[in-house]
Ligand binder design. Structure first.
Ligand code: HAM
Length: 422
């Protein structure tokens, strides 16, 4: 068929043959979040535009180039959320979640939107899973947040990933480090890309993240953040590492991790999968002390991460991992003749109420056509009901895998099926 309309660039449909994979990874994520006592929070997919400008930062690529902005009918400036942290913190402050029980460890799932050049692993609508732990500045919490990510990836069976961590210091360290970066990059100003020429004024750390080959080369000898950490940040970073050691989570220190969002300070981390090519970050996160206060809340800290489901699923496919079983009906009803069809319809309703998944083919009449449909559905059993069986108050149960058949009492057929599908 050729459709009159095509899907917008950078988006994708999750088709029935793939959706079970998404259900599987989502389910595992919820489970891990539950083990760590995180509760789900759901926020709208659009927010006031300023929320992101002020938090993600108006000099970042996300806000400058990638945000979907629009005005509603009353002229309000809104944006499709490019990420989940700012909305969660907004909700945390707005709903005084700091005063409610079990509301400071939050997880979320859902679509995010960034107008970027689409490529494998990078989409304009993509799906994130994420957690935010608000209220503690104990470095153990940084390690625990990292552990949630680790447990999740491990539980899915992934092997080809590495954890990279860094500390980007607090405001005080940043000021000194930014100066050092400006001093380092200024002699190369003419060779920098146009974006980096602006970045050097607005946010020099962002230069370390530039993917343009010329800039990348220049950054090679740039000063390292780790040499500019003050005593407190240095100690906290060491403690995070100590806790990761206790938790037996292997990591690599990468002083180049700066993260593409402005709200970060201190711990920053990413799980990288080198098999993924250019879009190699499976998930990323860090600490964002100050953001809650910036949104009008108390001066309490926060730390979290988010990852994209698309890259995660690619990675699992690359490693040939299982996504559990694709959904198929337990039983398929095959009926012959008008009377049996009616009886079958009554039975199928009963079976479904008994929480057994059931299918039939009401538009097909012959045994052959219905058996073909049963085969195609990959049902585990078919239940065959003709005039003869009906008059005996019996039904044929056929095992679709080995072809074995038995005649069972209609009155007891739900019990028998339940036993068989266990
Ligand atoms: P982020 O690094 O911008 O951080 O995104 C997190 C993850 O989302 C990435 O590592 C990647 O897996 C996925 N991702 C990002 N952009 C795309 C895209 N265009 N297409 C597909 N996947 C993508 C954040 O969003 C922060 N809010 C994370 C965080 C939570 N930090 C603290 N708490």
């Amino acid at each position: 068929m050729s459709s009159k309309y095509n899907i917008p660039r950078g988006t994708f449909d999750i088709l029935p043959e793939e959706s079970y994979k998404w259900q599987y990874v989502t389910e595992i994520f919820r489970k891990i979040a539950d083990y760590y006592n995180y509760r789900e929070i759901v926020t709208p997919i659009f927010e006031v535009e300023e929320l992101f400008e002020r938090s993600v930062g108006d000099s970042t690529d996300i806000v400058q180039k990638e945000m979907y902005r629009f005005k509603d009918r009353k002229g309000r400036l809104l944006a499709l959320r490019p990420e989940g942290t700012a909305p969660v913190v907004r909700s945390f402050v707005e709903n005084n979640l700091d005063k409610k029980d079990n509301s400071s460890k939050l997880y979320y799932l859902g679509p995010m939107f960034r107008y970027d050049r689409p490529q494998k692993g990078r989409y304009r609508q993509f799906y994130q899973y994420g957690i935010e732990n608000i209220g503690s500045n104990d470095p153990y919490i940084d390690a625990e947040v990292i552990a949630v990510g680790y447990d999740f990836l491990k539980k899915l069976g992934l092997k080809n990933f590495v954890l990279e961590i860094n500390s980007i210091g607090c405001k005080n360290c940043t000021k000194i480090y930014d100066n050092a970066l400006v001093n380092y990059f200024t002699p190369f100003l003419d060779s920098l890309c146009p974006d980096c020429k602006t970045r050097i004024r607005k946010n020099p750390k962002r230069l370390l993240d530039c993917k343009v080959p010329g800039c990348k080369k220049i950054t090679q000898n740039a000063p390292s953040m780790l040499d500019y950490l003050d005593e407190e940040c240095k100690q906290e970073f060491e403690q995070v590492q100590n806790y990761l050691n206790i938790l037996e989570i292997p990591y690599k220190i990468n002083p180049r991790i700066v993260r593409g969002l402005d709200y970060y300070n201190k711990t920053a981390f990413e799980y990288i999968n080198n098999d993924l090519g250019a879009q190699d970050a499976l998930l990323g996160g860090g600490r964002y002390d100050g953001l809650i206060e910036q949104f009008g809340g108390r001066d309490i800290p926060g730390v979290g991460f988010a990852g994209g489901f698309e890259r995660l699923i690619f990675s699992m496919e690359n490693e040939n991992l299982s996504f559990g079983k694709q959904q198929t009906p337990d039983v398929f009803f095959v009926t012959l003749g008008e009377e049996a069809k009616k009886a079958g319809i009554s039975l199928i309703a009963k079976v479904r109420k008994a929480e057994v998944s059931a299918e039939n083919a009401p538009d097909k009449e012959s045994l052959k056509a219905q058996m073909k449909a049963a085969d195609k559905s990959k049902a585990k059993f078919s239940l065959i009901l003709g005039q003869d069986e009906l008059s005996q108050k019996k039904i044929i149960l056929k095992n679709m895998e080995n072809g074995q058949q038995e005649l069972i009492e209609i009155d007891k057929f739900i019990e028998v099926i339940k036993k068989n599908i266990k």
